[in-house]
Design a protein around this ligand. Structure first.
Ligand code: ZN
Length: 95
């Protein structure tokens, strides 16, 4: 097993966990959602692989941010403010 292979596996694993977490968000199973997101973040740290669309994860309460559902989007001067409606945490990024 090469290092590259392990990284690829870790990436796929993270993708799966994020997908599951999103599903749990829609199902209202926030306990499981948090567990999946925490696990994805842990794997990302451990194997040093990136999480795609990490900006849509609230690191504070470990949920998937879905605009119109649990997040609010505001655009100010070319910057996006993404607010988590569950904990009030605001993330800012450039489009
Ligand atoms: Zn939050």
């Amino acid at each position: 097993m090469t290092r590259n292979y392990i990284k690829k596996r870790a990436e796929a694993w993270i993708r799966e966990l994020i997908e599951l977490a999103r599903e749990m968000e829609y199902k209202g199973r926030y306990d499981l959602e948090r567990r999946y997101v925490s696990l994805a973040l842990e794997i990302s740290r451990h194997y040093k692989v990136k999480i795609q669309n990490k900006r849509y994860i609230c690191k504070n309460c470990k949920i998937i941010l879905i605009p119109g559902r649990n997040a609010e989007v505001r655009i100010k001067k070319g910057r996006v403010n993404l607010k988590c409606l569950r904990c009030g945490n605001i993330k800012r990024f450039v489009i």
